[in-house]
Design a protein. Structure first.
Length: 188
């Protein structure tokens, strides 16, 4: 063990496990060139504990950063060229935690335009228009006109979170107490 003087009457000892302990000298007498100390209030050094915690935190931070980068790689491939083709799948609206049902849908992307169809009447409503991709969001601009006799929030229009992973495309939008989700697979 090494003894480190920290002030006139305070000292520190580093043990073989590299922990640092501070103690206050009550009785310091020089005897044959060595200091003899009585120990009082031995406690681990906060700096050593802080460094150990920071090493753990660095590891956790590194893992989180790597996971984020992997997920970013999946989102970065969402570009117009990658969406060209036909996708089929389902639409589901969950309102206040309750599913309002599934509907079969199809979407076709070409350049920066889209068109689509839906099996159930007006659940959802997919027509045609253009779209824009920025970061991991896709914004649809619908070109069709509709009558006012149904819920217009069911129209494929506006901003959605988008994830393209392989041949699977997931579009999600939250608004108020409902969440709309399109789960699609490329078929052409």
């Amino acid at each position: 063990m090494n003894i480190y003087p920290t002030s006139s009457d305070n000292h520190a000892i580093r043990d073989p496990n590299n922990f640092l302990y501070f103690y206050k000298s009550i009785d310091c007498q020089k005897n044959d060139g060595f200091l003899r100390h009585s120990k009082q209030n031995i406690r681990p050094d906060c700096n050593v504990i802080y460094k150990q915690i920071m090493n753990i935190n660095k590891g956790i931070f590194l893992l989180c950063t790597m996971a984020f980068m992997v997920s970013c790689n999946q989102l970065d491939n969402l570009v117009v060229e990658n969406l060209n083709g036909k996708f089929e799948g389902t639409f589901e609206r969950v309102e206040s935690g309750t599913s309002l049902g599934l509907s079969e849908v199809s979407l076709e992307f070409e350049g920066n335009t889209y068109s689509g169809s839906h099996k159930e009447p007006r659940y959802p409503v997919i027509c045609n228009g253009s779209y824009n991709i920025e970061n991991s969001k896709i914004t649809f601009s619908n070109n069709c006109f509709f009558t006012a006799d149904f819920d217009w929030s069911l129209i494929l229009n506006g901003e959605f979170d988008a994830v393209l992973s392989g041949q699977k495309l997931i579009l999600t939008r939250s608004s108020g107490n409902f969440v709309d989700t399109y789960k699609l697979i490329r078929v052409e």
